[in-house]
Design a protein around this ligand. Sequence first.
Ligand code: GLN
Length: 234
Amino acid sequence: GVAGGALAADTWRVATEGTFPPFEFYDSNTGELQGFEVDLVKEMAKVMGKDLKLESMSFDAIIPALISGTVDAGAAGFSITPERAKRLRFTVPFYRSGLTIVVPKANKAGIQDFDDLKGKHISVQIGSTSMAYAKKIEGAKVTTFASAGDAILNMLAGNADAVINDKPVTDYIRSRNSSIAENTIHLEPIATADQFAMVTTKANAKLSDEMSAALKTLKANGKFEELHQKWFGR
Ligand code: GLN
């Protein structure tokens, strides 16, 4: 035991965010943090022999928490980007994603593809790759929200023409919320094929390598596939 509530040396402090289903989100009945990536870090902690301390915070707070050292790693559906790779170290990827567009059923703006978003009002999650993408679109008016779900609700309230978000998350939100599904169209074009990985600072290369090794172990022993089945059903 450790006196005075101090963290044991083998404590692994992982930051996540609770609004990114099915990767990390709160169960509406039990209030518990759950998801594919939440299950992955729990299993990784066992492989690594560490005591997991999972903390939920807003997505845009995670990188500052890593840099300031209040957490050791981020596990929040982070897409690998060259920009982030300048400051952070990514583990091996664990999921292939991509950005897609969701529009209101009426689609008054007539949006079919990313080229149609020029000059349009777009809602996105703050700090996300979707936000970075939207901000590069010529003439687009971009409004940010704490979660992609909030961005969709803002659009459905009539305040935006479209939402850009990670495809698997939009799929999951629409599959679990019939009102959102009925009132939106999830367009097919995919803007980027990016990979999700977990992050640490560059100074924490040893930890990053341990995390990658743990992910590889879970892929080799079937646990990864079992959890993938649990959350994606295939
Ligand atoms: N994949 C997106 C990103 O890396 C969004 C992640 C998230 O919102 N949790 O920015």
